[in-house]
Design a protein around this ligand. Structure first.
Ligand SMILES: Nc1ncnc2c1ncn2[C@@H]1O[C@H](COP(=O)(O)OP(=O)(O)OP(=O)(O)O)[C@@H](O)[C@H]1O
Ligand SMILES: [Mg+2]
Length: 366
């Protein structure tokens, strides 16, 4: 365990009643002062992970460590953790000041100390002067900030945020993403943020854990996960992808759609069946004879910053292209891409096996 590790899950399983476990043998480490995101579809176990960290539930198997000590059964109020809930869970009958002061009053802190701390927290979330407002007089974004102020005023080591932005409209949501990220940097506290929105996860995180069915599929920086998805689920969940079946002929040579391409992947068995991912933004539209693939344009949509163009090759595979240039529906075009744009994925490879293969490749290639 690294010296910066603040939280560690060691083979944690959580099972309610006699049902199948909702978390299965989950292990990960959280370092101090970083912004983490748990990303995954509804029901995959994101909130369950937060509840285990907060101490609202206990693991069925495995251990949870906080600063090197097992905390499996430590009560929630004894943990250096505060949670910002999805619905903020503010007290409607208390004003902004008293909402934020609540935890401090329970701890029997002196009045003038409370006033100082609440003012400081309000300043951090850009709500100076709002002390006496009623909660019902605050907008969605402002309530969100009150909830965050209520968490940071206790000076926890870790703040857990369960989909705190999902109730906001797109514009406010984007603003709050910047604010939260700034706030985390300024405070230097560890944030563990939950979302099912992949763009939000990519924009905000130092590190992302992609969860699916109670397991971590992949963890890494946003670029790691975006550029080197380990399997079809991750590739599909993190941004739109073109995924086709292929065969790894030898190191750095892959065959798909009946053609052979140079790529940058290695370490597969000879003629191993694989899945091939190419991101829509890595495909460039060219004249048919200049393309590596020849396709027919089926439809296109303008997405504000780019056109999303759907094409089909002669084998019936769909290819999505993101392009700033318009295409003509029905036209035959070529698609060009660099060898680096091809991501080859092994069927059923675990994250550990994947990391080993990537390391071996990097050793050989610097
Ligand atoms: N108290 C409980 N008793 C039984 N099953 C539960 C309980 N709480 C959660 N579950 C189940 O555990 C699974 C994971 O739930 P969890 O709330 O962690 O998902 P989530 O990833 O946060 O989903 P969402 O994005 O919808 O909030 C779900 O199948 C859920 O039905
Ligand atoms: Mg949830």
């Amino acid at each position: 365990m690294g010296e910066n590790t603040i939280i560690r899950f060691e083979h944690v399983t959580k099972q309610y009643d006699d049902d199948s476990p909702v978390l299965q043998d989950v292990s990960f480490e959280i370092e101090k002062g970083k912004f983490y995101t748990l990303l995954g579809p509804s029901g995959c176990g994101k909130t369950t992970v937060l509840k285990l960290i907060a101490g609202f539930i206990e693991p069925t198997k495995g251990n949870i460590y906080f600063n090197g000590k097992v905390i499996n059964n430590l009560p929630a109020n004894k943990r250096q953790v505060n949670t910002v809930f999805q619905d903020y869970a503010l007290f409607p009958h208390l004003n902004v000041f008293e909402n934020i002061a609540f935890g401090l009053r329970i701890k029997k802190i002196k009045n003038d100390e409370i006033t100082r701390k609440v003012k400081e927290a309000l300043k951090f979330v850009n709500l100076e002067g709002y002390e006496n407002r009623e909660i019902k007089e605050m907008s969605g974004g402002q309530r969100q900030r009150v909830a965050i102020a209520r968490a940071i005023v206790n000076e926890p080591e870790v703040i857990l945020l369960d989909e705190p932005l999902s109730a906001l409209d797109l514009k406010l949501r984007t603003e709050m993403q910047y604010e939260l990220r700034e706030l985390q940097r300024n405070l230097g506290i560890t944030f563990i943020f939950v979302t099912h929105d992949q763009e939000e996860a990519l924009a905000m995180s130092d590190e992302i854990f992609v969860l699916n069915g109670g397991k971590i599929e992949q963890s890494g920086t946003p670029t790691d996960i975006y550029d080197e998805p380990i399997n079809r689920f991750v590739a599909d969940f993190i941004g739109e992808s073109n995924i086709v079946s292929g065969t790894m002929l030898e190191d750095y040579v892959v065959k798909f759609t009946g053609k052979t391409f140079d790529c940058v992947d290695a370490g597969f068995n000879k003629s191993e069946d694989v899945e091939v991912v190419i991101r829509p933004e890595d495909l460039e539209i060219t004249l048919p004879e200049k393309g590596k693939l020849q396709v027919k344009v089926d439809s296109q949509l303008f997405r504000g910053v780019h056109y999303e163009i759907s094409c089909y090759d002669s084998e019936g595979n769909e290819w999505l292209v993101h392009s700033t240039k318009k295409a003509i529906v029905g036209e035959e075009i070529g698609l060009f891409f660099e060898p680096e744009a091809i991501h080859v994925m092994r069927h059923g490879e675990t994250e550990e096996e994947f990391d080993k293969r990537l390391e071996a490749y990097e050793e050989v290639n610097g």
